[in-house]
Ligand binder design. Structure first.
Ligand code: C2E
Ligand code: CA
Ligand code: CA
Length: 428
C-alpha cells in the first residue's frame, strides 16, 4: 500500500457510503484478469453496479455517457492510448468528478507523484496502490468515501454563473464579509492572529464561497474594490475587539494582481490610519506572485507597505508559482505552507521531505513558518516536531463570523492550546 487518505480515519468496517452503492464503480484496466479481481472484491462488498473499461478513451466515454455517473473510478495508470494520467487530468476538468482509487504497477515514487497530482487537481483521492490491490486496502479506501468525497456529492448541485454586475453590487452593499480563522503558535499554543476569508451571503441567504467570486472579481477589475471593502470590515471588527480588550493581528488575502495597482498602498494605509490600527497588526497573504506582469510596481507596493510595518506572507508555498525564486525576490515576512504537504506528510515520505525543507527554509530566512489545513492531532504534533512555528486548520478552528471570535478566544482557545502542549503520543 502506498497511500490512504487520513489513514486510521477510514475504518474498513464502516458502512459504505450509499452513493457508492447507488452510483456504482467504474473499473479501468487493460488487463482483464485484474479487472475481474477487482470486480470480485467489489461484489463481495455488496457493490453491484460495476462498469468496466479497458483503455483511457473508452473509460472517459463510458464515465461521461452513463445516465448515473459512477461515484468511484478505480484507475490503472498504464493504459493503451490515453494513459491514466491523462484520464485524471480530463476528469479534473469536469464539473462532475468521481472519487479516484489509483491501482498501478508503477514504482512507489511515481504512484506517490500521481497521488499528489490528483489532489492538486482537486479530485478526491481515496487511495493509491501498487497492483494487485489487497482486498482489505480496497475496502478501506472505499470506506474513506464519505470523508474525502463530499465534493462528488455536492457536485450534483447545479452551479449557476455569477453575473459580474451582481458581484459588484454585492461588494458595494456589504454582502461580502470576512470570516476569521485563528492561527496558533505550535510551541505555546497561543493565538497568533486571525486570517480573514471572504464570504458572500446573498440576499436569499445563500453562502457563496470565495472560489466562485475571487477569480471573477480579478477578471472584471473588481478585486481592488473588494479588497478595500473587506479591509474596511476587518478594521471595524478590530476596533470592536479592541473595545473588548482583544488585540488579535489579522491577515488579509491579497491577489498578486492587485499589487501592480499604484494606488493600493496609499488606499490601504489611509484606511488603516483612519481606524487608528497599528500596521504591525495587519498583514497580507499573497499567492502566485510569479504571475505579476509588472514586477517593479508590485515590488514598490509591497516595499512601501513593509516600510510602514505591514507583514507579507507567501501563501500556498510549495505549489504552482509560489516557488523559492519568489521568496528571494519579494520581501516576505512569513511562509505559509500549502495544506497538500501538511496532509501528505504523515503518509508519504516525499511530502514530508518537502515539508521539512520548507520549514528549514523559513527558519534560515528568519521568517515565520505557518502550516495551513491542519486537520488531525497527528499532523499538529508532526509539524511541531519538525520545527514549524504556527498552525491553522479545521482541528484548531473553522473560519467563523466576527461575532464568534471573542467567544472562541474565551472558551475554546485554551483547549486548543492544550493540544499543542500535551506530549505527542505519535512517533515523529
Ligand atoms: P487560502 O488563502 O489558502 O485559504 C485557506 C482555505 O482553506 C480557506 O478556504 C479555508 O476555509 C480553508 N481551510 C482552512 N482550514 C482548513 C482545513 O483544515 N482543511 C481544509 N480542507 N480546508 C481548510 P476558503 O475560505 O474557501 O478560501 C479559498 C481561497 O480563496 C483562499 O485560499 C484564498 O486564496 C481565496 N480568498 C479568500 N478570501 C479572499 C480575499 O478576501 N481576497 C482574495 N484575493 N482571495 C481570497
Ligand atoms: Ca490565505
Ligand atoms: Ca492556501
Amino acid at each position: 500500500m502506498i497511500y490512504l487518505p487520513a489513514a486510521g480515519n477510514s475504518d474498513p468496517e464502516a458502512d459504505l457510503h450509499p452513493a457508492i452503492l447507488s452510483q456504482g464503480v467504474l473499473v479501468v484496466d487493460d488487463n482483464h484478469v485484474q479487472r475481474a479481481n477487482i470486480r470480485a472484491s467489489l461484489e463481495a462488498f455488496g457493490i453491484h453496479r460495476i462498469h468496466e473499461a479497458a483503455d483511457g478513451a473508452s473509460a472517459l466515454q463510458r464515465y461521461r455517457s452513463l445516465p448515473v455517473r459512477p461515484a468511484v473510478v478505480v484507475l490503472d495508470l498504464e493504459l493503451p492510448g490515453l494513459d491514466g494520467i491523462e484520464v485524471l487530468q480530463r476528469l479534473g476538468d469536469d464539473r462532475h468528478r468521481p472519487a479516484i482509487i489509483v491501482a498501478s504497477a508503477a514504482d512507489e515514487v511515481l504512484i506517490s507523484a500521481v497521488a499528489t497530482m490528483v489532489e492538486a487537481l482537486g479530485v478526491p483521492l481515496l487511495g493509491a496502490f501498487r497492483k494487485p490491490v489487497p482486498t482489505a486496502a480496497l475496502r478501506a479506501a472505499l470506506a474513506a468515501f464519505g470523508h474525502q468525497a463530499s465534493s462528488v456529492l455536492h457536485a450534483a448541485a447545479p452551479v449557476t454563473e455569477i453575473d459580474p454586475a451582481e458581484l459588484h453590487q454585492a461588494i458595494r452593499t456589504g454582502q461580502i464579509r470576512p470570516f476569521y480563522q485563528p492561527k496558533i503558535s505550535l510551541q505555546q499554543g497561543s493565538l497568533e492572529g486571525l486570517e480573514a476569508l471572504a464570504r458572500w451571503t446573498d440576499r436569499a441567504g445563500n453562502s457563496i464561497p470565495p472560489s466562485r467570486f475571487i477569480a471573477l472579481a480579478e477578471q472584471h477589475g473588481l478585486i481592488g474594490e473588494l479588497t478595500l471593502a473587506l479591509l474596511d470590515r476587518v478594521l471595524q471588527d478590530m476596533v470592536q475587539w479592541q473595545a473588548q480588550g482583544l488585540q488579535p493581528a489579522v491577515a488579509i488575502n491579497l491577489s498578486a494582481t492587485s499589487l501592480v495597482d499604484r494606488n493600493l498602498a496609499s488606499d490601504i494605509l489611509r484606511q488603516v490610519q483612519a481606524a487608528a490600527i497599528s500596521p504591525r497588526r495587519v498583514s497580507f497573504e499573497i499567492t502566485e506572485t510569479a504571475l505579476v506582469a509588472d514586477l517593479a510596481s508590485a515590488l514598490a507596493t509591497m516595499s512601501r507597505l513593509r516600510l510602514k510595518g505591514f507583514g507579507f506572507s507567501i501563501d500556498d508555498y510549495g505549489t504552482g508559482f509560489s516557488s523559492m525564486q519568489q521568496l528571494s525576490r519579494f520581501p516576505f515576512t512569513e511562509l505559509k505552507i500549502d495544506r497538500t504537504f501538511v496532509h501528505g506528510a504523515s503518509r508519504r515520505d516525499q511530502m514530508r521531505t518537502i515539508l521539512q525543507s520548507a520549514i528549514d527554509m523559513g527558519r534560515r530566512l528568519g521568517i515565520t513558518t505557518v502550516a495551513e489545513g491542519v486537520e488531525t492531532e497527528a499532523e499538529l504534533h508532526l509539524l511541531k516536531a519538525m520545527g514549524c512555528r504556527q498552525a491553522q486548520g479545521y482541528l484548531i478552528a473553522r473560519p467563523m463570523p466576527a461575532a464568534q471570535v471573542s467567544d472562541w478566544i474565551h472558551h475554546r482557545a485554551s483547549a486548543v492550546a492544550q493540544l499543542c502542549l500535551q506530549p505527542s503520543t505519535m512517533p515523529s
